[in-house]
Write a protein that binds this ligand. Sequence first.
Ligand code: GCO
Length: 481
Amino acid sequence: MPHRISRRTFATLAAATAAAAGTPSVHAAAPGNPATDRTFPKDFLWGSATASYQVEGAVNEDGRGTTVWDTFAHTAGKTHNGDTGDVATDSYHRYPEDIAIMKDLGLKTCRFSIAWSRIFPTGTGQPNQKGIDHYRKFAEALLAAGIQPYCTLYHWDLPQLLEDKGGWQNRDTAVAFADYAGYVASKLGDVLHNYMTMNEISTFIELGYGNGLHAPGLQLSRGKLAQARHHAVLGHGLAVQAIRAHSKPGTKVGSAENLSAITPVYNAPEHVAAARKAIQEENAGYLNVMRTGKYTDRYLAQLGADAPKFTSEEMRAIGSPLDFQGINIYQPAFVRASNNADGYEMVANPASYPHMFSPWLFIGPETLYWTPKLACEVWGIKEMYITENGCSSDDKVAADGQIYDSDRVMYLKNYLTSLQRAVSEGVPVKGYFCWSLLDNYEWADGYEKRFGITYVDFATQKRTPKLSSHFYKNLISTGAL
Ligand code: GCO
């Protein structure tokens, strides 16, 4: 079974033209003494994140249509142990219990995703009222618990019938996604006020259509892949417009993107300047084009004849202004200054570099300082959320029934210390969503890699808070590290 080692190490075919070096900081210094103050602002939004296919189960209930992940997970040899999301954490039924866990933690917000195929079982056409009813009940239960819903409209579970017509290779999928997004906003706008269009476009495109490690498991040529990438960012942009057209004033729209988490290899002016160039070029096909509405010259030059076909109207849609930007951050992508034409070079980690239980998850807490800071500077972002951060552990239940995941506590403590540094310096990060509330279906890694702060016994569905959950609860209640 191929591992997901390559999962977040995608290169976006970036190329040579240097982007704005030395962009001035947009942040005013925050009050207090950043060197000694270890607290987060009182109104900081603490949350957790999950995704439909990873937690819901109930794949054949209430009219849900088949998705690419159902197909992929049920194809022999595609996932660890042949694991599927058929049951997952059974959260379609057990969400009241999950919300009670969130409430006990003191969470202010919850990031979850809507399964497109529960709303439109075939992707387009006739909507399914039972799907809308389910997410309405879920959102109402969150609100009753004092928890603000943050809804992702697409976390990779594409309706299979759309994939049969080409999936993201087909421009019509982008239009269908926008129609679905607008429909949800029109039906649930009274209970949902914060939307993320898509989760990690870079991951579902590069792994789903590039190296084939994720659904739908294709390995496209470079040109076809670039076109699929374009359709996905276009789908994002059209959905932003559709949500705005169908929602009330005050509704906020953003995305949750897994950018290449550019981090200077160490804090020296030349490496920081290199990182400013790298963050744009290494994310040229995703966040950079979504934030600017332009492909960089370097990106297009490197693709040459394989560059995507696009119109100026599409580019305007892709660059639709957002109210906030979510970024998912796990491992750093180190960069150093270089005399080459790019002005930077990525640093490949040696085999001895430490990682968490997932081999791709290199440990680099400072990425939660540098990446938000550089991203906000370079793209002029005024409101940012860390929409995912967390880690896998080889969790075991101890003789006393508890789970002492000291490695996850180490990871969270150090990453959050870096985040606190960024916030205290005025980087506009307004909240943090821990991945994940519960152990869940980790895609091609099945159930082996546990990312939850709550342990799930998958045989009984019993939930037990881990040591990291107690750490997180304490942090939320005190606001201090
Ligand atoms: C992703 C996700 C989550 C993962 C998490 C841990 O990026 O894959 O948004 O679905 O489970 O990041 O790998």
